[in-house]
Design a protein around this ligand. Sequence first.
Ligand code: PEP
Ligand code: MG
Length: 563
Amino acid sequence: MIERTGIGASPGVAIGPAYLHVSQMPDITRRRVEDHTAEVERLLRAVASVGTRLSDLAATHGEGSDEAEVIGAHLLLLEDPEFTGEIRDRIESESVCAEAAVSEVTEESAGMLESLDDEYLAARGADVRDVGTQILRSVLGLPLETWDALEVPSVLVSQDFFPSETATIPPGMALGLCTEEGSATSHIAVFARGMGLPAVVGVDLPATEPGTLIALDGETGQVYVDPTESVIRTLRDRQEEQRRARASAADRSRQPALTRDGTRIEVAANIGSDTDASRAVEAGAEGVGLFRTEFLFLDRTRPISEEEQYEAYRTVLGAFGDHLVVVRTLDVGGDKQVPGIEIGEELNPFLGLRGIRLTLARPQMMRDQLRALLRAGTEGRLAIMAPMVSGIADLMAFRSALAEAEQSLAADGLPFAADYQVGIMIEIPSAALVASRLAPHVDFFSIGTNDLTQYTLAVDRTNREVADRADHLDPAVLRLIGETTSAAEAGPWVGVCGEMAGDPVATPILIGLGVKELSVAIPSVPTIKERVRSLSLEECRDLAARCLQAADGAEVRGILEGA
Ligand code: PEP
Ligand code: MG
């Protein structure tokens, strides 16, 4: 038996024969061509054949399924002037062969998106790489992965998988996934979590024969090649335990989450697009705790119009009926750059023109978004939230912008929400520390633990070198959360929408500190609801009080494990 440890990317145990998948990217040579027309025709034939293949594939998946969405996005890329248009331009302007133009433009576009170190953008980068590779193979007359050789349910092992490959895995044939590349937020991890497939990524596997027995634990990140009988037995027991836990969580996902002693905790979803809304409802989300609207601004050369935003917000509000939908105003800057919104060179972008600082500096953009939101607010229960508020001046400026947007809508005779909530993200330590002075002016605080951890511990959230220091269980972060909930005792409700809300280890502390709402990634909704049901408020309070006194995150973990 050989044992390796990678990154546990999607929970669950998988045991089965290895199916070795070979990465598709072929090597190419950059050739000069004289006949541009013939070369462009080669490209167009390849694009058309990939288009036909994708359309055929789309027809085999149900409308609205994740697979159909991936394929739909890929079909759009085939017509994207900034992608296939750019490939064509490259052939014509640089007299280069089609395969080199495809390969270069794919690499540049995907590399740009992936370098932004953001889960959604990285997934888009993977889409570009995927479609680019399909076109490239078609230009070169090479076949695409058909999974024909996958004859028995297996653990799929590869350097990496493209989204089109994962979307075409025959149902029931993947027991789990294991890749050399990838991180906890890479496409394959997001895909596996979405599909409920156990996965370990970033693992350095030894050369393995096809069919060799592989076992993996997507929680601990352990992978066993040719496991012993006793390892198999232990993993099978774990598998059964997890299956039972998942089944009971799913059964009760539509029911509210009450602690053992009867305190209700709202479990909402974090979404990034209007199309996420129905999936979130399905998973049992009691509303949206964070709609990251910056994702609506991607993939375009100019900011999205008021009208287009209005349609997207209406869809989400309509999907959630009586449940609250918290929409965050545009949060770009830092690691999130959006085409068409120029910020300029900054030495410390995370400390620069980011979130509300940027939108206050671009009043027209802020006005368009607030008008769209207020208009859509007639369709459901709307809450508007500002990101990166550092103190009272930002909050008051935000409230004035809202008042102005209301006045302009009234002047235009357009209907808008009569009643909506206003809140802010608490993600900068200064805001947590003066929360008592901010509380009278808001309906809620939503704690962004990703940034709160980054700014409290001075750990760049995009820098792998210091990633192990970014611990949301550090008592300094916990104290700021406690500061916020105490300041809000008599007034606003407090939620958490950073990744910490989806970390079951942290749930008792957050509840004990007085958090009333947890907003998490869609697939985590049932699990976090179950976690809440296993706790008692009284015990959580006691635990939280002890954790606040700890010296560091390790001591906090010790307290939680001993509880
Ligand atoms: C956060 O900072 O915790 C948060 C939820 O916002 P984002 O991750 O989008 O910065
Ligand atoms: Mg943030």
